[in-house]
Design a protein around this ligand. Structure first.
Ligand code: CTP
Ligand code: MG
Length: 464
């Protein structure tokens, strides 16, 4: 037997209705025990946050019609950068604004920061607080089907100010004496006080849905409570209950399970494997024909810049980083050979030409005024956008840098983070010298060679 579902409108009531999605992902994942923030823990080779974003997409159309995504992330690098890069990639692919905020010390504090960001945007765009539906979702529920979020949002838009998705409980639930202890020794064992009527119990999931107006009221109420009272209200629906506001229940989904412990991660892996074998999974065509083979494309790029002469001091920019104290490179642009080689590898893999074709014969931006004098990182961002627009997703980019100076070792990870954020995909960097031979060996110039792997998003994307 499913939860009680009040009838909901199937249409959004008016054009002024807006929807925002807040994904809280700032937790540390102590119980999972991977030693990294839970949102970065991989499921089927991809971070939980990437799944959470994808499972609720295609967000813009014809799916949920989300106008804004707020990601609430751990404050510390490098986790923050990696998770923010996932958000940026999603923003580009789904054409939805993605805003990033630092999390707070508890889940409610993180939700409050996400909701603040929504409120700021609502003011900025002139959206009405009463007709702005805010879906609050845990990154820890990576496989939540989009139709759960759709049901929640529709119920809010049908007039409920607070809505939770829920599933029936299958275990028999008993209330125990909390003074006892779960243990092997009978003298410490907990005592059962009562058995709760299972038909009345529901396991509640996310995303939970609210009007922005209600959430702002709920947080104002929380601010008036003593710290311990506020901490006892672990989700926003509980605040609604405390305020005497009705909380509507719609059907959740077993696949919206929450990953808390290693056993949950195993269960999610199994669900993911099952989903991959369903006929409607990506890579299979809707008519049920055998899946088209998606063949990745590989590209290569190469860039050389001369070291500026001693009489012409220049700043050095390489791999998106400034290198104080190092002599810079010649060229009209910033001379970032590493970023330029990465761009050319992307263009080459997509079969869409090279830097000259897209940014002007001398990479100056003569053909594109907006790119005039653009930094290497800016060019890489734009190259990534162009190949995505041409129908490819970026698998990875590798760049090898050959020169005597600068020494990349100590800043390699920093450079990888900057370039990965620009490309919205993993960029790996390696460096070597040429044993004193050639122009790189003599310190006259630098050389960078890059490869890129692109994945066509349909069996035959447009290649010019
Ligand atoms: N969360 C958050 N900020 C916090 C704590 C939790 O944004 N200060 C988020 C988590 O990232 C997660 C959701 O709230 O998506 C549910 O929290 P939980 O499952 O408890 O995740 P963690 O706090 O990461 O895990 P643990 O409690 O085991 O450390
Ligand atoms: Mg927690």
């Amino acid at each position: 037997m499913g939860p009680q579902v009040a009838p909901a409108e199937t249409k959004r009531p008016d054009a002024e209705q807006h929807r925002a999605l807040v994904i809280v992902a700032a937790g540390s994942g102590q119980r999972l025990g991977h030693g990294i923030p839970k949102a970065l823990v991989e499921l089927g080779g991809r971070p939980l946050l990437a799944h959470a974003l994808d499972s609720l997409g295609p967000l813009r159309a014809p799916g949920l019609g989300i106008d804004l995504v707020v990601l609430v992330l751990p404050g510390l690098p490098p986790a923050r950068e990696r998770l923010a890069a996932l958000g940026a990639e999603h923003a580009r692919r789904a054409s939805i604004p993605v805003i990033v905020r630092d999390g707070g010390p508890s889940r409610p504090a993180s939700v409050a920061r996400g909701v603040d960001a929504v409120a700021e945007q609502a003011r900025h765009h002139g959206w009405d607080e009463r007709s702005l539906t805010v879906l609050v979702h845990d990154a820890a529920r990576p496989l939540t089907p989009a139709d759960v979020a759709e049901r929640v949002a529709r119920q809010v838009e049908a007039g409920s100010v607070a809505v939770v998705p829920a599933v029936p409980v299958t275990d028999t639930i008993k209330r125990v004496d909390p003074a006892g202890r779960l243990g092997h020794h009978s003298e410490q064992a907990e005592q059962v006080r009562e058995t709760l009527p299972r038909a009345e119990l529901r396991a509640v999931q996310t995303p939970q849905g609210f009007t922005l107006e209600f959430l702002l009221r709920a947080f104002a109420h929380l601010g008036e409570l003593k710290a311990e009272e506020a901490e006892a209200l672990t989700d926003e629906a509980m605040v609604a209950e405390a305020l005497g506001v009705d909380v509507a229940v719609v059907s959740g989904d077993a696949r919206a399970l929450k990953i808390t412990t290693p056993a949950d991660l195993l269960a999610a892996e199994a669900l993911l494997a099952e989903r991959g074998s369903e006929p409607s999974s990506p890579g299979t065509d809707p008519a049920g024909r055998p899946p088209a083979v998606v063949v990745p494309r590989v590209g290569i790029g190469h860039d050389v810049h001369a070291v500026a002469s001693a009489g012409e001091p220049r700043e050095l920019w390489l791999a998106g980083l400034h290198w104080p104290g190092e002599q810079g490179l010649t060229g009209h642009s910033d001379g970032d050979a590493v970023a330029h080689a990465a761009c050319d590898a992307l263009f080459s893999a997509a079969g869409v030409g090279d830097l000259g074709v897209h940014f002007g014969a001398d990479t100056l931006g003569t053909d594109r005024e907006d790119m005039e004098g653009a930094s290497g990182v800016r060019l890489l961002e734009e190259a990534a956008r162009i190949v995505r627009e041409a129908g490819f997703e970026i698998g990875s980019i590798s760049v090898q840098f050959v020169a005597r100076r600068p020494k990349f070792g100590p800043r390699r990870e920093e450079a990888q983070r900057v370039l990965s954020a620009a490309a919205g995909a993993p960029v790996a960097l390696s460096a070597t010298t040429s044993d004193g031979l050639g122009f790189t060996g003599r310190g006259e110039g630098v050389l960078a060679t890059a490869t890129a792997v692109l994945i066509p998003q349909s069996p035959s994307p447009a290649v010019s």
